[in-house]
Design a protein around this ligand. Structure first.
Ligand code: 5GP
Length: 227
């Protein structure tokens, strides 16, 4: 006879990726507030903590040695190097949450998404796009957390990241924030119902987003690029 636990619904695994500056974190926060049965996995990282972040809430901040020992002990469901730092998803936490029926969101990069796809073919992957390259530049500049050379590097990285858009099940454009949250909610509900929504066609936008970014992010040059 099966126990109540073994009859419990197994949770769904969602992967949400986006280039830096696409507004992914704010989207997820709103999505979570609207849907308490979703949980976001807290990753481990070797990146230094930002002033606005709390250890154990935004990330588990660890040094390279601690990260390496977790990785070598196969504690990560996936891991990758992003911007010179290591990031990884704790296997045990995710597996335990899924087993108790929670739907889990992994907020990870495209490299991690590719690993999850291989190990969990049922995972639903979503890529969040900014509404334009100008908006992306603007957002990278207004975060005020990083130096200009770091921002320029992140912009090039963002274009490289977005070139992986076709590996994902869904695209969500973060133009109108509430619309984007609604689309995410629809994707979650469809997945729970065992359905798949059509993938939106954003060919024109992607053409604009994937062009070579400007070499500088000085404000007067940005102003000249606006349209
Ligand atoms: P940030 O340092 O700005 O918080 O994140 C940088 C990038 O690392 C983002 O694209 C973020 O999604 C990604 N990232 C965060 N946690 C993980 C993780 O556990 N695994 C992977 N592969 N990427 C992650």
């Amino acid at each position: 006879m099966s126990s109540p636990d073994s009859r419990a619904r197994r949770g769904h695994l969602f992967v949400l990726a986006a280039p830096s500056g696409a507004g992914k974190t704010t989207l997820i926060e709103k999505l979570m507030r609207r849907d308490p049965s979703l949980v976001v996995s807290v990753s481990h990282t070797t990146r230094p903590k930002r002033a606005s972040e709390t250890d154990g809430v935004h990330y588990h901040f660890v040094d390279e040695a601690a990260f390496a020992s977790l990785r070598d002990a196969d504690e990560f469901l996936e891991w990758a190097r992003v911007f010179d730092h290591a990031y990884g998803t704790s296997r045990d936490t995710v597996v335990a949450k899924l087993a108790t029926g929670h739907d889990v969101i992994l907020e990870i990069d495209w490299q991690g998404a590719a690993q999850i796809r291989r190990r969990h073919p049922d995972a639903v992957s979503i890529f969040v796009l900014p509404p334009s390259q100008a908006a992306l530049i603007e957002r990278l500049n207004t975060r005020g957390q990083d130096r200009p050379e770091v921002i320029a590097k992140r912009l090039q990285q963002a274009v490289d990241d977005m070139s992986h858009h076709d590996e994902f099940d869904y695209l969500v454009v973060n133009d109108d924030f509430d619309e984007a949250v609604l689309r995410l909610r629809r994707i979650v509900h469809a997945t729970r119902a065992g359905e798949r929504l059509p993938k939106e066609d954003h060919t024109a936008l992607l053409g604009e987003l994937l062009r070579t970014p400007p070499k500088t992010n000085r404000s007067e040059d940005r102003a000249a690029q606006r349209w």
